[in-house]
Design a protein around this ligand. Sequence first.
Ligand code: NAD
Length: 357
Amino acid sequence: MKIAILPGDGIGPEIIEQAVKVLNVLGESFELETAPVGGAGYAAHGHPLPEGTLALAKAADAVLFGAVGDYQYDNLERALRPEQAILGLRKQLGLFGNLRPAILYPELAGASTLKPEVVSGLDILIVRELTGDIYFGQPRGVRECPDGPFKGQREGFDTMRYAEGEIRRIAHVAFQAAQKRGKRLTSVDKANVLETFQFWKDIVTDVHKEYPDVALDHMYVDNAAMQLVRAPKKFDVIVTGNMFGDILSDCAAMLTGSIGMLPSASLDANNKGLYEPSHGSAPDIAGKGIANPLATILSAAMMLRYTFNKNEQADRIETAVKSVLAQGLRTADIFEPGTTKVGTAEMGNAVVKALAA
Ligand code: NAD
């Protein structure tokens, strides 16, 4: 179980330190190796994704990633900016399946902008295809409009396309994720308007034959957006394409109202994965010891579940996080009157203590 630890910039090192503490008390024999990435990679080796860091990530079974980005690198040319590291890792490691849970612990129900009864206890998982769709389809660009009422004017255009194998592999990831949870999968498409998504629907339906224990339904993306804010607890796992997933996963994240709590995973075809919090490097609070480490700790739990198939250990971490919240411990981002404000390291230590209990 070789894990590449890439802390990155801003609050990255502080929150990763807490997740490493947690991994170290599980009683497993992990092999952890750390390397610089993002702005830290640029500072050390002149590139946001240094060769040695990429080699380490490739050789590892999983990558635990903090966050990248800092104002001081904003004027670098695009290819050298810290954020390029995460795009490079996704591409180089073939990470096509993005898993983003949206979980709202009952103790934090007040943090959501929705009524507590609509979101309290929310636990859904969005599986987003990450390397295809209109974001990458060719041809694309700006050209002279060849026909129609605007013929001769400039037009911008992109191409939506999904190959059968691309849909099949993300469908497998989603069905297998559903098997590890509530065994219900909703495939979100726009099959009523788009050929690509009628094809998507047909292929997902075909893959379903291999997963008779999972209940599959299909939903148009506009209805899915509506249902996510109307009755989000009706969903278990949602699978969708890159663009719809981009939009729906941010919507689902905001249902919980607490960005410091949300983990994520990006998987390849063999369940090798990159695990990271859904938030960024938060340079505004870096070095102050107040960042919430729970999204990173929960990312480590996802790593145990999805790459190492250690569901029991993943459950242990998630239960420990619930327990510290139940004790009333809160970092500043989720603090409410009547609870106890703690810093990054104190929160990490509390999770470690709860694991030992
Ligand atoms: P951000 O997520 O870093 O911060 C948004 C707000 O949330 C800030 O007020 C921040 O203090 C707060 N916040 C974020 N994580 C928190 C935590 N764990 N605990 C407490 N508060 C937290 O987004 P941003 O400000 O738009 O971006 C900052 C930098 O992060 C930029 O350079 C951006 O490019 C980068 N970024 C990186 C990733 C990544 O590494 N995958 C993702 C998003 C943004």
